[in-house]
Design a protein around this ligand. Structure first.
Ligand SMILES: Nc1ncnc2c1ncn2[C@@H]1O[C@H](COP(=O)(O)OP(=O)(O)OP(=O)(O)O)[C@@H](O)[C@H]1O
Ligand SMILES: [Mg+2]
Length: 324
């Protein structure tokens, strides 16, 4: 049994009396000790998927219209709200992209970590503070005994992101979702944060879902990769298999837009056009208007998910056309 199992998850946005689908039946599973990367351009539904798993869509315009999310074998979508909340920040946690908006500017970072700890653990004030210092040390914030009393604005962007990670791992979560955890940071700091996540995973044995629009970031860090386009997973495989045997033209495009990627075949520098608006209906394969290889039946029939190679899932009528 996988730690997290998402089956046929469907999300829609309630707008003007209509429900516009944004996540269109995605399935994936993550095991302990495993890192799953979810990659795709802006607006394809990555963050909404993360928020659905975390139970953070209440009081938003987003509706869960189908599917199932099982965590440690239990269905989350029908779980009592109080029980669901007790998992969040405890058995499962999330790190967001923007540490400045997620950290409270008026509280010392140590107090914010202590608050998470005391929500889920019975610790005295001094025990919680001690653990906060230890957590800052774990995420490699320099001089943690001093920094624990800093306010967010006194820290660098990279240090704030480390504080966010410290808060997320405070209660040893089994599942950690990192939603674009490095996009706001410069390249060197990005690398350090990713190494930190990998290091923490080795120690904690937890499952990580790493979300990024950058396949380069995903490639370096993840065991398995799910490529999302317009609310569907169009390709999924282990990192090794995917990079050796990329099959979907969209994935190929993402790969070609990594500056350092090995480019044996160049049919595009990046993917032409943009992700269509969510209220736009596209018959057939949702990628066909941007695909250089689209032909009948791409315009009329949406490709089903099928096995392209062992452990390699694909939704495309004409895989690897650029090789021909
Ligand atoms: N609260 C909301 N209300 C209405 N629409 C929303 C809301 N949140 C997201 N959306 C829309 O849902 C779609 C999917 O959004 P989501 O945030 O999941 O994309 P994403 O893949 O995380 O993109 P990015 O790479 O930009 O973070 C987008 O078109 C977005 O505009
Ligand atoms: Mg997002």
């Amino acid at each position: 049994m996988a730690l997290l199992e998402v089956r046929d998850l469907e999300l829609a946005i309630a707008a003007g009396g209509r429900l516009l689908p944004v996540v269109r039946g995605i399935s994936f599973a993550v095991e302990e000790n495993e890192t799953l990367g979810i990659v795709g351009e802006s607006g394809c539904g990555k963050s909404l998927t993360a928020l659905a798993i975390m139970g953070l869509l209440e009081d938003t315009a987003i509706r869960i219209t189908g599917g199932s999310i099982r965590f440690e074998g239990r269905e989350l979508l029908t779980m009592a709200p109080a029980e669901r909340r007790s998992l969040m920040g405890n058995r499962m946690a999330i790190v967001f992209q923007e540490p400045m908006t997620s950290l409270n500017p008026v509280y010392r970072v140590g107090d914010q970590i202590v608050e998470v700890l005391r929500q889920h653990r019975q610790l005295s004030a001094s025990e919680a503070r001690e653990r906060a210092v230890r957590l800052l040390q774990m995420v490699r914030v320099p001089e943690p005994e001093q920094r624990v009393d800093s306010y967010p604005h006194q820290l660098s962007g990279g240090q704030r992101q480390r504080v966010m990670i410290a808060m997320a791992i405070a209660c040893d979560p089994r599942l950690l979702i990192a939603d674009e955890p490095t996009t706001a940071l410069d390249v060197t700091v990005q690398k350090e944060i990713l190494e930190l996540l990998q290091d923490l995973q080795k120690r904690m044995g937890s499952a990580i879902v790493l979300i990024s629009h950058d396949l380069g970031v995903i490639a370096e860090t993840c065991d398995r990769v799910a490529v999302m386009y317009r609310g569907t997973i169009v390709e999924e495989a282990t990192g090794e298999e995917l990079f050796a045997n990329v099959a979907h033209p969209y994935t190929r495009g993402l790969l070609a837009s990594i500056p350092s990627a090995d480019r044996d075949v160049e049919w595009l520098e990046a993917i032409p056009g943009r992700v269509p608006a969510i209220d736009q209906e596209i018959p057939g394969c949702a990628f066909h208007p941007r695909c250089a290889f689209a032909r009948d039946p791409c315009h009329s029939r949406d490709p089903e998910a099928r096995s392209f190679a062992p452990g390699h899932l694909l939704r495309c009528h004409f895989p690897q056309e650029w090789r021909k």
